[in-house]
Design a binder for this molecule. Structure first.
Ligand code: ADP
Ligand code: MG
Ligand code: MG
Length: 888
């Protein structure tokens, strides 16, 4: 028997998405569920790949199977394809594994020709028949023969103008007849090919066109941008037509079982009376709200509600459905899990747990890191919005705040918005089509003049997470001259506007944004609490002051993994530090440290301990080279030379000269590999001792007030255990002394950063002294790779990691922990360390601590916690739960 290339809908099911594509598999599933679906069959994705691989030839036996399928359709429908006296019409619909909105093209009413249009007219009316025929010629020429779609619109426009009408349904029979003739002539003129009159030829070429469209530019661009594999192929669905345009008791709709924008459990969608499906999505006519059906067609509405319920319960997820009413009878044409905003994702997941449809684990799995990011994304400041110039209000099609320069065509938008250095771009179009997707991908926001909540612009924007305002009918766009006018205000190409996709408002100029409050996001917090029950990793935060610590705690941080003490020398403290550096004697140096720097530092730590009551706080001793806190050597040299040339004298010059001498003395050719971290502490123990004193004085003071403090002192940049052995006892002694002075004991730890490969390699030795490890994966990556953190990305590393450029690396190792390389150091150090000290506390405090993929690696490495910036804490909580579920 020949290979099976064609499946009748009743032969498939939802699990066959790879083979039948998403649309085909779900059509099959709906048939299995006994829902009203017009009969049809699917040519498989395998057939597509085979076709493309074999130099655009149908695989052996496929066409025969298509013929059998058509015969089956004929039997079910009681009329035959290509029968001129009563033709069966079909749609030819593409459908890949993943939904790629509008990427592939659908042809409706296939099977009509000059001979059968009359028969159809006799049965269903002239207007209907000729409208159907002109749609076929139009879609067919556009999709299969690649004629520019705008040329057809031009013809329709001039017909409407000559008939003095505005809307499609108002065009006369003669008008559509004229359209058919002109379309056919246009196609002949543009392509040299006649519109095929043989229905079988129509079918054959249409299936081929869908197959080929898999490798069309639009589809490839979209897959590149969204990371969908090019090796999947698309299926083709051939389905008997039902007609939404045979009268006022007919129509077509697109609906979601819940609101895709807010997640509210409320049927949501749009419906066009007396229309074929593509009229709804194209945005050509503005549809009505779907609830109108409840009044206008109560029976169909009831059926629709039942179908919606069935589908939602069956798929256990919100559905996005396409349907048609033909003379009051409901037909389902598509269903899929609906795209939704971040807010809707979270709300629906929580609601469905409460409704008993899904488990908490599933709910947590349905929310992704980028959803959390989006929910915590900036919004426009309310005060700023109320005083800004409101240009227009359209439909709130995709939420979020976007500020950018206006561009009117996708090419320019893509050009301007390209790459990391690109402009912030807002794409403004009358409406968008799949041809605009590259511009939409590059845009920070999208504004359209026409189209509804399910228009192309809205659907794609929601999927991409790009803010979008659609159907802003007040704006008058002049594409040629590149400007739009609204309310007498002209916005030209390159002008700045601010677009609020959450409310649909568009403002002139650049509005400031505010970060949304985490506290108000009840559902997100619920999801994160469920995530907390699942995850094994603790989430700590990097925070340098009490405000950051409080914020981190508010986001759910369970400790501070990195408190940098650098800022003690910055700002107005630099002066004090310079005094210390210029001290003549060791005693003077220590006295300045104790008198002027210690109190400041103690105050900082006290605040952090108070806000982290009951939680551990890791404080890192001074890490950077000292010269970072002193004036630049060249600047000093210039200044001293200038003063001397001007003949100035006095204490000011003397001080500068002394500083210059100190700074010159400190100069190193490679300061990042120089006197910093523990090396500084070892050569200048007074500095670290002062820091430890400040930490413990603060800790004891707080503890006396009943605060539970858990200070952990971290020694940076160790390479050899002897470094630890040299300094740690000294510091611990200082700590004990403070506690004795204060008359109170607090729990504490001393530990080290692991950020030099040698430290990782000798982790067993390190663990003998250190009570905890914290991987400083920024430095660890820098040193393991021999890459400069400060220059490598700019110079070449981004190109390395760009698949369209050098493509040497899949990921930038500073963004996602390099598991094969640096990861080995981490895994090994954990193992070696725990062997010596089973209760060794291990975490990571580099940028990687907030990156979901790196978090997963940390989970597998068995770390106790990841520490990230306060804003990343919610994402990290979720990512850690995902890691636990993935590695269950
Ligand atoms: P897309 O993937 O772009 O949504 P579809 O294949 O779903 O393309 O087709 C677009 C629209 O065409 C559908 O929403 C539906 O309304 C209409 N359509 C497709 N097939 C049929 C059919 N057999 N009968 C009636 N309408 C159809
Ligand atoms: Mg569809
Ligand atoms: Mg470091």
């Amino acid at each position: 028997m020949a290979h099976k290339w064609v499946y009748l809908f009743e032969e498939g099911n939802a699990s066959m998405r790879d083979l039948l594509g998403g649309k085909g598999a779900n059509l099959a599933e709906m048939v299995r569920l006994g829902l009203p679906v017009p009969p049809g069959f699917t040519c498989t994705t395998e057939a597509c790949l085979e076709y493309l691989n074999k130099g655009n030839k149908f695989p052996e036996g496929m066409w025969e199977q298509v013929l059998e399928g058509m015969e089956d359709l004929g039997k079910k429908m009681g009329r035959q394809f290509a029968d001129p006296s009563d033709p069966l019409l079909v749609s030819v619909r593409s459908g890949a594994r993943f939904s790629m909105p509008g990427m592939m093209d659908t042809i409706l009413n296939l099977g009509l020709n000059d001979a059968s249009v009359g028969a159809l007219a006799a049965k269903a009316g002239d207007r209907f028949a000729w409208d159907a025929y002109r749609r076929l010629v139009q879609m067919y020429s556009k999709v299969v023969l690649d004629v520019d779609g705008l040329l057809f619109e031009d013809i329709i426009h001039s017909i409407k103008e000559s008939e003095g009408v505005k809307l499609d349904p108002e065009v006369s029979v003669a008008g559509w007849q004229r359209a058919v003739e002109e379309f056919k002539a246009l196609t002949k003129r543009e392509t040299g090919i006649e519109f095929p009159q043989d229905p079988w030829k129509q079918l054959e070429l249409a299936i081929e066109a869908v197959f080929k469209s898999w490798n069309g530019k639009r589809a490839i661009d979209y897959r590149n941008a969204t990371g969908i594999s090019h090796k999947l192929g698309t299926a083709v669905n051939v389905q008997s037509m039902v007609f939404g345009n045979v009268g006022e008791d007919s129509g077509s709709g697109v609906a979601f079982t819940r609101n895709p924008s807010t997640g509210e459990n409320d049927f949501y969608g749009e419906y066009l009376f007396n229309a074929q499906g593509e009229d709804v999505v194209s945005g050509a006519r503005t549809p009505t709200e779907v609830h109108k059906l409840k009044v206008e067609a109560p029976e169909a509405w009831d059926t629709l509600m039942k179908v919606a319920k069935t589908l939602e319960t069956h798929y256990r997820d919100m559905q996005d459905m396409e349907f048609t009413l033909e003379n009051g009878t409901l037909y389902m044409l598509q269903t899929r899990n609906g795209k939704r905003t971040a807010a809707a994702t979270v709300k629906i997941a929580v609601d469905m747990v409460e409704e008993g449809l899904i488990s908490k684990e599933e709910a947590v799995q349905r929310v992704e890191a980028f959803h959390v990011d989006q929910l915590l994304h900036p919004r426009f400041d309310d005060a700023a919005m109320s005083s800004a110039v409101l240009l227009t209000k359209g439909l709130n099609a995709s939420p979020g705040a976007a500020v950018g320069e206006v561009y009117f065509d996708a090419d320019t938008a893509a050009e301007k918005g390209k790459g990391g250095e690109g402009h912030a771009v807002i794409l403004v179009r009358p409406e968008t089509t799949p041809d605009d997707v590259h511009g939409m991908l590059a845009a920070k926001g999208i504004l359209t003049q026409h189209g509804g909540a399910t228009s192309h612009a809205a659907v794609v924007a929601r999927q991409l997470g790009v803010p979008c305002v659609a159907g802003a009918e007040d704006i008058k766009i002049n594409l040629k001259e590149k400007f739009f006018v609204v309310d007498g205000i002209t916005i030209k190409e390159g002008d700045l506007i601010s677009l609020d996709g959450g409310t649909g408002r568009v403002f002139k100029g650049e509005l400031p944004t505010v970060v949304p409050s985490f506290d108000d996001q009840t559902e997100l917090k619920t999801i994160l609490e469920w995530a907390d029950d699942i995850r094994k990793l603790m989430i700590w935060a990097n925070a340098d002051d009490p405000e950051q610590a409080t914020m981190a705690r508010g986001f759910g941080a369970q400790g501070i993994g990195l408190c940098r003490t650098e800022h003690m020398f910055l700002g107005d403290r630099t002066e004090k530090f310079q005094k210390a550096v210029l001290a003549e004697t060791e005693e003077e140096f220590e006295r300045i440290l104790t008198d002027s720097l210690l109190p400041l530092q103690r105050e900082d730590f006290y605040g952090i301990f108070k806000s982290m009551d009951g939680l551990p706080v890791i404080i890192r001793l001074l890490d950077p080279p000292l010269h970072e806190f002193l004036p630049n050597r060249e600047d000093l040299l210039v200044e001293v030379t200038r003063m001397e040339t001007l003949g100035q004298t006095g204490p000011e010059l003397d001080k500068k000269k002394k500083l210059l001498a100190v700074v010159s003395d400190m100069h190193e050719f490679n300061p990042m590999l120089g006197l910093r971290g523990c090396r500084l502490g070892i050569t200048m123990p007074a500095l670290n001792r002062m820091q430890v004193r400040a930490i413990f004085e603060a800790a004891c003071d707080a503890a006396k007030e009943g605060t539970v403090v858990m200070p952990e002192v971290m020694i940076p940049l160790t390479a050899h255990v002897n470094e630890l052995k040299k300094i740690q006892p000294l510091l611990e002694e200082e700590a004990k002394q403070v506690m004795e002075e204060k008359g109170i004991e607090v729990e504490y730890k001393f530990g080290t950063m692991i950020e030099i490969p040698r430290a990782a390699l000798t982790a067993d030795e390190m663990a003998d002294v250190a009570q905890f490890f914290s991987f400083g994966t920024n430095d660890l990556t820098q040193m393991a790779w021999g890459l400069s953190r400060d220059d490598a990305e700019r110079k070449f590393l981004l190109r390395y990691a760009d698949e369209n450029d050098l493509g040497i690396l899949e990921k930038n190792p500073f963004q996602t922990l390099d598991e094969t390389g640096v990861g080995q150091l981490v895994f090994m150090a954990v193992e070696k360390g725990r062997k010596i000290r089973p209760d060794l506390e291990v975490g990571i405090c580099g940028e990687h601590g907030g990156d979901p993929e790196s978090i997963e690696i940390c989970h597998r490495a068995g770390l106790n916690y990841v520490s990230c910036s306060p804003f990343r804490v919610p994402v990290a909580r979720l990512a850690a739960a995902h890691a636990a579920l993935k590695n269950k």
